[in-house]
Design a binder for this molecule. Structure first.
Ligand SMILES: [Zn+2]
Ligand SMILES: [Zn+2]
Length: 111
């Protein structure tokens, strides 16, 4: 019985997936990190240790053009942080469709 240790790409929490766990995870299935609640989609599961996950970013909708897009960790890292009028920390996102800038309030899990 091989157990795979997969490191969460967001918080580095190690997820242990036994062979049984993986048997229940067809490609396209989404698993959630226990620690930071990031969602990861199974992109490969061919048995044994042939198993891969891809991080799913949060989806957000541009207030300017109404296009939905994915907020990836790379996008967030590139986004300057600023504080909104009420003191909430927000990321200044750029819409990949219309290039409009808008403030995105982050989940308040990070203390
Ligand atoms: Zn995590
Ligand atoms: Zn837009």
């Amino acid at each position: 019985m091989a157990t795979l240790m997969i490191e969460c790409p967001v918080c580095a929490e190690v997820l242990e997936l036994t062979e049984e766990d993986r048997a229940d995870l067809p490609v396209g299935e989404v698993i959630v990190c226990d620690s930071c609640h990031s969602e990861m989609e199974v992109t490969r599961n061919d048995g044994g240790e042939d198993f891969e996950l891809e991080l799913l970013g949060a989806m957000t909708t541009c207030p300017n053009c109404d296009e939905e897009f994915e907020v990836t960790p790379e996008l967030l890292q590139a986004a300057p942080m600023t504080r909104a009028q009420d003191g909430v920390e927000v990321a200044l996102m750029t819409c990949p469709h219309c290039r409009a800038k808008f403030e995105l309030e982050l989940a308040d899990e990070a203390v």
